[in-house]
Write a protein that binds this ligand. Structure first.
Ligand code: ANZ
Length: 841
């Protein structure tokens, strides 16, 4: 008998599939319902690795499943091919980043084909193609027109190693996400996208995704946007002709503000210091130098020793006219709220730590011992003075952050927190000194990069400093060749040195002007790529709104949790912008999201340096594509990490050989009548057909594989020691196994399908509907008695109801005969096992 030879099967089917194009989605006459299943596209950093293999195996289960359900499934792939690694590799090897990038793309593409990922290869794209990035430039111009792209000078995160600006999202624990160097601060004029205009929508629309996105990702997005609700309060500054506004989430504590703190690196602090004494100016300058050395993370660490300096200036509390001193301290951040706070040391721990260190007054205004439901404050002056026990924060060092009733607060006294907040906002609004306000943690999206390998920003700088958008018909602005350019990072874009490229005529009058030399963050490229797949070769527009109407949003997005914040947030933002511009009719790009886990080895991430790297190509050579893919799906729930040391692709390969052998033992004809087959095996097949869809749709791929294994065993038993290979049920089971396996192990499934006498491809064979009459699992024999004597037995479901069982008894000819013409006195029904009919006489 022939042996299962995965290598031969792979070599045989690859060219046949290339020919058949079973996953093409370009037929306008296709009437199947549509599904858009998208895997996050890879960065071409080398050959595919185990992580890709997991992601693409799982995404493919979903895509292949929906095809078996009769859907026209869009499942495209491309490359996120701009970015730093290509540029760094190019610098290291002295080659053009294109060379490195496109060689890697070729390699990944051929690996994906061998891996039998069911992509529509006609829709391939690479973001570093001018045909693609032309539309990044178009998108930029649209945002610019809308006032959503702007330039501003600001302190930016600067990686001294990569010599480039980083978005906040790319700074992890104060270090560069890519190279792990400590990130510094530097002042630069940069391009930003105004994502903060969309903060509320980005937050509120997350509600739509509840249940179809992982809860963890929704929470991460919410925290990243970080909406705080409270009030803005305006303070007059003595000797200054302007007000200072603070943002507070606790306007109810306004009577307890005993000083004000401003961020030392804010314009406001500089202005306040400038108007102060020479001594203050000097100490401020010294303090600022010291502050600039600390990282954002250090500054946000609430437990860090407080530092600060008095500015010798005073603010007036608008609610009671109190005069409070102004300090500069680095626990207040320049770019959050208004960069200034009203300090309420009795009720805020950071303010308390600061007050106690510098001897500033502490005033309790919330009686946290008074039950919120009670009426009268119960903290007395004596209690505050009493020791021990005391709750006085100035003594305990613990701020009273809990709820209670207001005290020492004039018109607010006795109110609960919520009512006090409402009341104080009313009072401030009436006086014109404050208002309800919201603040976000989300910052605008810094998109300029001082690197070569990215999309050039389509702006021209006139000699007069005017910013002129490049006329749309001049797009794309393509990157110049790297020849003669020094790509080594220097803090300025290498494009600035490409004299012929950067010097252009001013579109207004032809006078000499300069191109913007920066390139875009690659997250711009990936923020809309799912739309480009719908018509990747259209050179007249970014995407066709009609195609978007047909296919988008993406029904199922699959990818790593590493993209839970940045990429998803940016794609959601750009989708909303495109909605506002009228290009799409939906506001969320990805209707459902699946995050696969990581592939580990011996409990830790694989890496060359750890020496625990498992090479995908070795695994594929040793066990075959199908076995590796099946292992990925069988390892556990897809969200969980897979430890490659704990799984067995060799066992998967053995199982596939077992399944494959069944197809050689089926001797019946493809046209055989199913209903003549062995009932027990048919029941198991139809239970499998019935349960399969629910298992895939709830991502229980591993359970479905286990069910396939059971079915293979049962079919083998039926062949060897049951009705034999000629039985119709054996064919029915083996065909169901081939279709089931087509989701996980496309090569062996195709081979089985052919051996069963069918034409390729099994990928479109269709998932058969279960016959409901075969879904009664184990049946039970119920006994039907007349006057205590057994007259009949019937097969029933274990869940048969009293009424059904009684009706079955009444319908039994044997029972009827036994009753004869007599009158029925009493019927006892005990489902599922017994009916006893007692007659009169
Ligand atoms: C007075 C107050 C009293 C506050 C109290 C809190 C408790 P979240 O929730 O993170 O939004 N704050 C405002 N701007 C700040 C800045 N630029 N840097 C550091 N802290 C800042 O925090 C809002 C609170 O953080 C605000 O409410 C303000 O302190 C402080 F019992 O105002 B609060």
């Amino acid at each position: 008998a022939p042996e299962y030879d995965f290598a031969a099967i792979q070599a045989k089917w690859q060219p046949i599939w290339d020919d058949l194009r079973p996953f093409a989605t370009d037929n306008p006459a296709d009437t199947r319902p549509r599904k858009y299943v998208l895997d996050m596209f890879p960065y071409p950093s080398g050959d595919l690795h185990m992580g890709h293999a997991e992601a693409y195996a799982l995404g493919d289960v979903i895509a292949r499943y929906w095809r078996q359900q009769g859907f026209n499934v869009m499942h495209p792939i491309g490359w996120d091919s701009f970015g730093l690694p290509a540029e760094n590799a190019a610098i290291k090897r002295g080659i053009d980043p294109r060379e490195w990038t496109y060689a890697n793309i070729e390699q990944q593409k051929s690996s994906m084909k061998r891996y039998a990922a069911s992509f529509d290869w006609d829709r391939m794209l690479a973001t570093s193609d001018p045909e693609y990035y032309k539309w990044n430039q178009w998108l930029f111009l649209k945002l610019y027109e809308k006032g959503l792209a702007y330039r501003k000078a600001s302190w930016v995160n600067w990686c001294p190693h990569d010599q480039t600006v980083l978005a906040n999202e790319q700074v992890v624990n104060g270090r560069c996400e890519r190279c792990d160097h400590i990130v510094e601060k530097k002042q630069l004029t940069q391009w930003y996208f105004k994502i903060t205009d969309y903060a509320d929508r980005l937050l509120d629309d997350l509600n739509q995704l509840e249940g179809s996105w992982p809860a963890k990702v929704i929470t991460m997005q919410r925290n990243w946007i970080g909406r705080s609700v409270g009030a803005d309060v305006d303070f007059e500054i003595e000797g200054l002709d302007r007000k200072v506004t603070v943002f507070t989430t606790r306007p109810d504590t306004l009577f307890g503000a005993t000083f004000m703190v401003v961020a030392p690196d804010s314009d406001l602090a500089a202005e306040l210091a400038a108007g102060s004494t020479a001594e203050v100016r000097q100490s401020f300058a010294d303090y600022l130098t010291q502050v600039q050395k600390s990282t954002e993370v250090e500054r946000q660490d609430a437990t860090r020793e407080k530092t600060g300096i008095p500015l010798d200036r005073f603010a007036i509390n608008p609610i009671n006219g109190e005069r409070i001193p102004i300090w500069a301290a680095d626990y207040v951040l320049a770019d959050y709220g208004h960069g200034a706070v009203m300090a309420v040391p009795a009720h805020d721990q950071r303010d308390l730590d600061f007050a106690l260190k510098f001897g500033l007054p502490v005033k309790v205004v919330v009686d946290t011992l008074a039950p919120v439901t009670g009426a009268i404050p119960v903290i007395t002056e004596e209690m505050l003075a009493e020791e021990p026990p005391t709750i006085d924060p100035a003594v305990t060092g613990e701020a009273l952050s809990g709820e209670g009733r207001m005290m020492n607060s004039g018109p607010l006294d006795g109110l609960s927190k919520q009512n006090a907040i409402k009341r104080v906002i009313e009072l401030l609004e009436a006086a014109g000194t404050g208002r309800a306000a919201k603040t976000y943690r989300l910052r605008d999206w810094l998109i300029s990069r001082q690197r070569y390998w990215g999309t050039p920003i389509p702006i021209i700088h006139g000699a007069d400093g005017e910013l002129i958008p490049v006329p749309e018909e001049q797009l794309p602005i393509t990157l110049p060749p790297t020849e003669g350019l020094d790509l080594q990072p220097k803090g300025q874009s290498p494009l600035g040195a490409a004299h012929d490229w950067v010097t252009v005529p001013d579109p207004r009058d032809g006078s000499p002007a300069r191109r913007d030399p920066d390139t875009m963050d690659t997250f711009v490229d990936s923020s809309w790529y799912f739309l480009r797949f719908l018509d990747p070769n259209d050179d007249t527009k970014a995407f066709d709104p009609k195609e978007a109407e047909k296919w988008a949003p993406v029904d199922q997005y699959v990818g790593g949790v590493t993209h839970a914040i940045l990429h998803l947030l940016y794609a959601r933002f750009i989708t909303k912008v495109l909605f506002d511009l009228g290009y799409v009719s939906f506001t969320e790009p990805f209707s459902a999201l699946l995050n696969q886990g990581l592939v580990l080895m011996d409990g830790s991430a694989m890496s060359k340096s750890r020496g625990n790297l498992v090479r995908l190509s070795d695994q594929l050579d040793e066990h075959g594509v199908d076995a590796v893919r099946l292992t990925m799906a069988f390892a556990g729930p897809p969200e969980d990490d897979i430890d490659w040391a704990d799984v067995s692709p060799a066992a998967a390969s053995k199982f596939l050989a077992r399944a494959w052998r069944l197809s050689g033992d089926v001797t019946s004809d493809p046209g055989v009548v199913w209903k003549t087959g062995d009932v027990a095996l048919r029941r198991q097949v139809h239970r499998f057909l019935h349960d399969g869809p629910g298992l895939v749709e709830s991502f229980k791929f591993n359970v479905l594989v286990a069910r396939l294994m059971e079915l293979v065993n049962a079919t083998r038993k039926a062949i060897d020691s049951g009705p034999g290979g000629g039985d119709a049920a054996v064919r029915e089971a083996t065909e169901a196994i081939a279709v089931g396996l087509s989701l996980f192990a496309p090569y062996v499934a195709e081979e089985m399908w052919e051996r069963l006498g069918h034409e390729p491809t099994v990928a479109l064979a269709g998932w058969r509907k279960a016959d409901p009459t075969l879904l009664i699992e184990e049946s039970i024999m119920a006994i039907l008695q007349v006057d205590g004597k057994v007259r009949d037995k019937v097969e029933v479901s274990p869940r048969v109801t009293r009424e059904e069982l009684e009706a079955l008894a009444a319908a039994s000819p044997n029972v009827q005969r036994a009753i004869g013409g007599r009158e029925i006195a009493n019927v006892i029904v005990r489902p599922p096992r017994l009916v006893n009919i007692a007659t009169k006489g």
